[in-house]
Write a protein that binds this ligand. Structure first.
Ligand code: NAD
Ligand code: MG
Length: 398
């Protein structure tokens, strides 16, 4: 079999590092074509020297200069250093690339991920925000280009694994009656609602089961992550929010379930480690080792399930409302969330303020049916500006 050329968008992040770990276990099957990051020249330099990709791209031009200097000092010559968003899109779509891991966090991932889709690549989608923002346009691009889109988000990967015929689409024809989307409930599942105003960014980022980047960790704590995943699932599996039940499962051993019309419920289980969905998607339709240990279900002992508390965690409700509103509502929700989470991480907004800011923004913004990426980006910008205005007004009141 010809070696597959892999680009990792966001290689210095949590998913990027896990992807490199999985790839290193299959040196005969994959070559790393390009690694990319935002500003982290030091982290990217270490990765470049370890795997010797053809290209290394930093979005930030100064960081790219720092990376070049580091590689020169170390005498590393095999890798061309590039800068800027255009070059992120380029290494995602170059002719020789077979597989693109889309693991940039947030809206910044939209264009490079779409570049990979438009070039018809095998696209491993971790960057859920891209699909949440551009939903229909994104899935139309997949259809047009014949890209192979495979979900990396553990829940969506689990659902895909529970679908009998290996297709993400046509769930009714596959006999599926509903999707059970599981989530741990995050680090504050058992914290009383009245104490949430006091929680710190570090507490929000200390997830009980998963080790992840800071933005998605806060999303898990607010349950916006489950809300974004609900919207992601609607687009990936071409279904309505009504057909998706969110289930809190604190142990994160079941990664999601699919119910069939005959009453069968299929679940995918495993230790909570993103290397499993990454290896599944890289090898698909085959299987390969991921480095993840065997699930010791006997010492696990029990699996619990609960309904989510949408009063304590309003972000889940807000996301469901955006899914039902359709159009650019989800792009606005995502943008408002990114601004609010950044403010919380910077110590400028208390934890319950995240949902309050998003709710205010969703009351202000216009929602239209987007005809183009420009409409999506306009909605994103409008919601960011609205969120900044809401944040500034909160500071004045204080
Ligand atoms: P992270 O913060 O650890 O890493 C983000 C990566 O994106 C880094 O390499 C960073 O350099 C790059 N990046 C950030 N901003 C950028 C910009 N403006 N331009 C270019 N590159 C930029 O995040 P993560 O936890 O690895 O998550 C990545 C994506 O995967 C997110 O969309 C997240 O929702 C999704 N995801 C993550 C996990 C997980 O376990 N970490 C699970 C499921 C889905
Ligand atoms: Mg997930």
């Amino acid at each position: 079999m010809a070696r597959e050329q892999v680009t990792i968008l966001g290689s210095t992040g949590s998913i990027g590092v896990s992807t490199l770990d999985v790839l290193a276990r299959q040196p005969d099957r994959f070559d790393v074509y390009a690694l990319t990051a935002n500003t982290g020249a030091d982290d990217l330099a270490s990765q470049v020297m370890a795997v010797n990709p053809r290209f290394a791209v930093l979005r930030d031009a100064d960081a790219a200069t720092r990376l070049q200097n580091k590689l020169d000092e170390a005498g590393h010559t095999g890798t061309e250093v590039l800068a800027g968003e255009d070059n992120l899109c380029r290494v995602a779509s170059d002719e020789v690339v077979d597989v693109v891991m889309a693991a940039i966090v947030g809206a910044a991932g939209l264009e490079p991920t779409l570049a990979a889709v438009n070039a018809g690549k095998k696209v491993l989608l971790a960057n859920k925000e891209a699909l949440v923002m551009a939903g229909r346009l994104f899935m139309e691009a997949v259809e047009r280009s014949s890209a192979v889109l495979l979900p990396i988000d553990s829940e969506h990967n689990a659902i895909f694994q529970c679908l009998a015929d290996g297709s993400l689409r046509d769930l009714p024809a596959q006999g599926v009656s509903k999707i059970l989307l599981t989530g741990s409930g995050g680090p504050f599942r058992e914290v009383p609602a009245e104490q949430l105003a006091e929680v710190t960014p570090d507490q929000a980022c200390a997830h009980p089961n998963w080790s992840m980047g800071r933005k998605i960790s806060v999303d898990s704590a607010t349950m916006m992550n489950k809300g974004l995943e609900l919207i992601e699932a609607c687009w990936l599996f071409d279904t309505d929010a009504d057909n998706i039940t969110v289930v809190v499962h604190p142990q994160s051993i079941i990664h999601s379930m699919v119910e069939y019309i005959d009453g069968s419920v299929l679940a995918q289980l495993g230790n909570p480690d993103m290397r499993t969905p990454i290896a599944h998607a890289l090898a698909w339709p085959e299987r390969m080792p991921s480095g993840v240990g065997s699930l010791d279900i006997i010492s696990q002992g029990r699996l619990d399930f609960q309904a989510p508390d949408e009063v304590k965690f309003p972000c889940l409700r807000l996301a469901r409302e955006a899914a039902i509103r359709g159009g650019t509502a989800a792009a606005s929700l995502n943008a408002a969330n990114e601004v609010a989470v950044a403010a919380f991480l910077a110590g400028e907004l208390p934890f319950p303020g995240i949902a309050q800011v998003i709710e205010s923004v969703m009351q202000i913004v216009d929602v239209v049916e987007p005809d183009s990426l420009a409409d999506v980006k306009f909605a994103d910008r409008q919601a960011r500006e609205a969120a900044e205005t809401v944040l500034a007004a909160r500071v004045e009141v204080r």
